[in-house]
Design a protein around this ligand. Structure first.
Ligand SMILES: [Zn+2]
Length: 488
């Protein structure tokens, strides 16, 4: 029997603590693709869409890419942007109906001004349009805040199993394989969500180290239980003031809700027994500087408060200022500052001038620099890296150096540090520095870890600071560890 499958997604991680919203322009600057352009961009990429296409096309299933829109993590999506994207998504889908199944690619932490549970909203509209008989199966980023509506509206959602997310293509293949066996009536997926009374600290979400390592090993063991088709660990995205915020599990069983619920109870009790392990260390800037002397170089300093992959502006200067003042180690840092790029590009390479950088708290930092290069900031990544994207565009960039020998790349567009090609394309190599600052927590380690033998996560201030209890939430569920202590 031949099948026809639609493939679509709106993908965003929305930080509700950021004042500036995510607009249509942000999606235009990101990835907003229709039809065959989706296939061209992702067929060979380390992205879930590539994995889905590979499996479905191998099975001789007709796959119709409909629409895929993604913006760099940022503030809440405007009502206008969501309404335009949704209208286009549904209109494009209408053109290809009827279909036998629908592959979906939500992130799982999208918030719009009009719908706090934006992913639940569009997945539910899909379900209403397609009916109960058409399977809706897809992937999730484990930095999702999963709602009951997302689960009720789909037949199976499978999250990436690694953070940094280097297994996106593999998870796309798993989701597509589940679609195939569901269509062939070999399995009947039943999905259960277990929301936990806790949120794992962003610092503790690196999956190949403890405490995640043991948790993932335990999940792997439970995945082999009879009738269990998939278990997803949802680490959660702390920077969203929504009722779904927090960690959870999604268990998919073959036709047996009780089997899924039993595994859910086992996992919940594992987490409750190990709560304190998921809190994190919160190393401040002065402690991080004191660790540099004894550390093998180059040292990767992760600027957790300005985590671009968590929506942050990418312009925090806390670590640049501290390292300039410290003066002992040669540093590289990339900063998103379009105005500074305009200033710098008025000069010629080799010119010395004073530049004003604007910190995330709007304070100005003036520093004498030399212009090293001005470039068009497009680069390509073909290795398996967090995010699975191939094409990146920083807009125009300027590379400057300070009197102390520190090197700063200034970008016009805000690009998360997921790829080393962001540097090497412009002949900048981490090994030429003693300290490399990147604006992230875990995701950049896939690219930078092999170059930097020492990795230190720094608890810098900002809209993605590691201590989630410093934010004011109105909507989160309660009790939720570490905000509330749980009675054992
Ligand atoms: Zn993620």
């Amino acid at each position: 029997m031949s099948y026809k499958i639609a493939l679509l997604g709106i993908y965003h991680e929305s930080n509700t603590f950021i004042n500036s919203p995510t607009t249509l322009e942000d999606f235009r600057k990101g990835h907003w693709l229709k039809g065959d352009d989706i296939r061209k961009e992702y067929l060979n990429a380390f992205h879930e869409i590539g994995g889905m296409l590979e499996v479905l096309e191998r099975e001789k299933i007709e796959v119709i890419p409909v629409l895929y829109a993604q913006a760099t993590p940022g503030g809440i999506i405007t009502a206008e942007a969501y309404s335009v994207l949704l209208k286009e998504l549904l209109e494009e889908l209408d053109k290809v109906l009827p279909i036998d199944g629908c592959m979906v690619v939500p992130h799982g932490a999208a918030v719009s001004e009009s719908f706090l549970d934006m992913d639940g909203h569009w997945l539910n509209l899909l379900r209403n349009k397609l009916g109960e008989q058409v399977p809706i199966i897809g992937t999730l980023d484990p930095h999702a805040n999963v709602s009951p509506l997302m689960i009720a509206s789909t037949d199976g959602l499978i999250a990436y199993k690694s953070n940094p997310h280097i297994d996106q293509r593999q998870v796309g293949k798993e989701a597509a394989a589940l679609m195939v066996s569901t269509l062939q009536k070999k399995v009947r997926p039943i999905q259960v969500l277990v929301q936990l009374p806790m949120a794992i600290s962003i610092e503790q979400q690196y999956t190949s180290k403890e405490p995640c390592k043991s948790l993932y090993t335990y999940v792997q063991k439970l995945s082999k239980e009879k009738l269990i088709l998939s278990i997803s660990i949802i680490l959660g995205f702390p920077y969203a003031d929504v009722i779904e915020m927090g960690s959870s599990f999604i268990i998919i069983a073959d036709g047996d809700r009780d089997a899924a619920q039993l595994v859910g109870r086992q996992l919940k009790s594992y987490i409750l027994d190990h709560l304190d392990r998921f809190l994190g260390k919160k190393i401040n800037i002065s402690t991080a500087l004191s660790l540099l002397k004894e550390s093998e170089k180059p040292v990767l300093l992760l600027d957790m408060g300005d985590n671009i992959g968590g929506g942050s502006p990418g312009n925090s200067l806390h670590l640049l200022k501290a390292l300039e003042q410290f003066g002992l180690y040669k540093l590289f840092i990339c900063i998103h500052d379009p105005l500074a790029v305009i200033t710098a590009t008025k000069y010629d390479v080799g010119d010395k001038f004073v530049i004003s950088l604007t910190d995330m708290d709007k304070s100005l930092y003036e520093i004498e620099v030399t212009l090293q290069q001005v470039q068009d900031g497009h680069f390509e990544e073909t290795q398996p890296r967090h995010g699975g994207q191939v094409n990146y565009d920083m807009g125009k960039i300027a590379v400057i150096s300070t009197a102390k020998g520190n090197v700063v790349m200034l970008t016009s567009r805000r690009i998360p540090p997921f790829s080393l090609r962001q540097l090497t394309t412009f002949n900048i190599f981490p090994r030429n520095f003693e300290v490399v600052v990147v604006k992230g927590v875990n995701a950049p380690i896939a690219a930078y870890g092999p170059e930097c033998p020492t990795v230190i996560q720094v608890n810098t201030p900002g809209v993605t600071q590691a201590d989630m209890t410093a934010f004011k939430y109105k909507n989160r569920r309660k009790p939720l560890f570490p905000f509330e202590q749980l009675k054992q």
